[in-house]
Each structure stands twice: as structure tokens, then as C-alpha cells.
Design a binder for this molecule. Structure first.
Ligand SMILES: [Zn+2]
Ligand SMILES: [Zn+2]
Length: 312
């Protein structure tokens, strides 16, 4: 066990994130100054996606069934917990463990169904966030406004050629996998397919009302929930909470985001040791995603698990 001079706050040398040399000119598709942030127009596909999903989610309470609520919880875990937290974040963005290619692709598909974009884009943006955290070039720092860091940063159209350069610099490794490129091109189709399956299952198995409840709770309300929980990691966990480690950014450990986001709310720990599969560093910092990784390890589905930190 590593010993620390101060049990509450400790200095930490941040890990190396798999990103390019810092001597390069950092492409920044989002202009940091507020005046120019919106002058490239809106990213209409992203805006429409987010608005439509939220509007449709409003209809969910009018089509409530207990079965649909169960589907909501299961699909929230599959797409948010396994897809985003375990898959996109700890596996694809940080390489916290290794697994079989088929499993990596399956988990990437679950992540794509969380509605937060295809894996190459998500990972590239996230790696850029780590390299420039709360400084110029961070795509979603609360220093540019709490709502900016939560959702607004998704609305302006990113500028080319900076966007292409950013994708090349930070997403190059994933782009070499044909399935990840396929997910890039077919991203929306998977959502339509899942929606069609849920609607048909409820309609054929019971009635139209049940089909609609499966669709609205299993797709739209679930997308809104998973999106906001993920976005809270970017916003709330850089605003509120405590620090275990003194590092160059404002990342915090926030208990309720830790619980909602399967352990991702122990964000100060994560920024101090980005490649570590373990985000919870104290005994009360419950980290469901790390428990899942340990289970996968026991099942022979995960190996070379990086554990930079033991419990303090
Ligand atoms: Zn962060
Ligand atoms: Zn990260």
C-alpha cells in the first residue's frame, strides 16, 4: 500500500493519458472566448437529437407500465453503466484493462446506444478533456459556465480543420478498428432498431399502449437519464465535492454522482490516475464499474487491469 504524507489531501503526479505530445499546437474546435463560441453556427444534428429525445421523453409518464420501468433500469445499466462507464470510458478512452476484441466491440455497441455519440468521437473529446482539463482547450470546463460544461458545449458547430485534427490526434487508435468506424457511420440506425424492437415486443406481446411504454421508457426517457448522469460528471464533478489529490484541475469527488454514475463521480481520483481501473480510492467511495471489471477478470473476460491506487 502506498503511504501518503497527508491522509486527506495528497499530491499526485497525474498519469500519462494516451494523447499526443504536448509540444504540438493543440487543435481547439471550440473557441474558448464566449464572444466567438457561437459564430460558427449550431451543430444541428446534435441539437435536434438532444431536443427530440427530451421532448419525446416528456410523453413517458403518460404511457407508464411497470414492465417498461424495468426495461428502463436494465437498459440504463447496459448502455450507461456497461456501455459508457466501463466501455467508452475505462476500456476505450483509458485502456484500464484488456479484453477480447469481440467483447470490446459489444461493449462499444452498448455505449453507442447511450446516445452520446459514436465511440471514436466520445473518446477523442474525453482524452482532450484530460489533457487540457479546466484550462484552454478543455471542451467542457465549468470555467466556461456550468451549463456550458453540462450540455451547451454540444451545441455549437465545432470548427474544421481543428475538429478533424482533434479526431486524428486523439481517436487514431480506435479508427483503426473497422467496427468502430462502422458504428460511426451507422450510429442512428442502432437506436431506430432498438426502438422498433421494443415497440414491436410490447405491441405484439400485449397491446399498443404497452408497446409505446416500452419505446418511451426504454429509449427516450432512458436516453435522457443516461445523458444527464454522464453530463453531471463533466459539470457537477468539476464544481462540487472534495479532493483526495491536489492536481492542476478542479476535478472533485462527488458522492451522489459516484452513486448515480456507477463510480464515475470519484472524478478527482480519476483525474489524478486516469488509466487506473479503480476510481474509488477510499473505502466508502463505492465504485460499481470497478466491481464489474473485477468480475470480468474472474470470468476471464478482462486482464492486464491497471490498478494505480490501493484503498487509502
Ligand atoms: Zn473531468
Ligand atoms: Zn477519463
Amino acid at each position: 500500500m502506498e503511504t501518503l504524507t497527508n491522509p486527506t489531501i495528497a499530491s499526485a503526479q497525474p498519469d500519462v493519458v494516451p494523447v499526443p505530445s504536448q509540444t504540438r499546437v493543440e487543435p481547439n474546435p471550440w473557441r474558448p472566448d464566449r464572444k466567438h463560441r457561437w459564430t460558427n453556427g449550431l451543430d444541428w444534428p446534435a441539437v435536434l437529437w438532444i431536443v427530440v429525445v427530451h421532448v419525446c421523453a416528456l410523453a413517458a409518464p403518460f404511457f407508464f407500465t411497470w414492465k417498461a420501468l424495468g426495461i428502463f433500469f436494465v437498459l440504463s445499466w447496459i448502455t450507461g453503466g456497461l456501455g459508457i462507464c466501463l466501455g467508452y470510458h475505462r476500456l476505450l478512452a483509458h485502456g484500464s484493462f484488456q479484453t477480447y476484441r469481440f467483447f470490446k466491440r459489444l461493449i462499444a455497441l452498448c455505449g453507442a446506444l447511450a446516445g452520446e455519440g459514436p465511440p471514436i468521437t466520445w473518446v477523442a473529446v474525453h482524452r482532450k478533456h484530460h489533457l487540457n482539463s479546466d484550462a484552454e482547450g478543455d471542451p467542457h470546463s465549468p470555467h466556461d459556465g456550468a451549463w456550458w460544461s453540462h450540455v451547451l458545449w454540444l451545441f455549437p458547430r465545432p470548427r474544421d480543420p481543428d475538429w478533424q485534427q482533434m479526431m486524428h490526434l486523439y481517436g487514431r487508435d480506435l479508427s483503426q478498428d473497422g467496427f468502430m468506424r462502422l458504428l460511426d457511420k451507422t450510429y442512428l440506425l442502432w437506436h431506430f432498431a432498438l426502438g422498433a424492437v421494443l415497440l414491436s415486443a410490447g405491441w405484439i406481446g400485449w397491446n399498443f399502449y404497452t408497446g409505446m411504454s416500452f419505446l418511451l421508457w426504454g429509449v427516450f426517457f432512458r436516453l435522457v437519464w443516461v445523458m444527464h448522469v454522464t453530463w453531471l460528471v463533466n459539470s457537477a464533478s468539476h464544481i462540487w465535492g472534495y479532493k483526495n489529490y491536489v492536481i492542476d484541475d478542479n476535478s472533485r469527488n462527488l458522492w451522489w454522482v459516484g452513486l448515480l454514475a456507477y463510480g464515475e463521480g470519484w472524478h478527482n481520483n480519476h483525474h489524478a490516475f486516469p488509466s487506473s481501473a479503480r476510481h474509488g480510492h477510499r473505502w466508502w467511495e463505492i465504485d460499481v464499474t470497478y466491481m464489474e471489471i473485477r468480475l470480468l477478470e474472474r470470468l476471464g473476460l478482462a486482464w492486464h487491469v491497471i490498478r494505480k491506487r490501493k484503498l487509502l
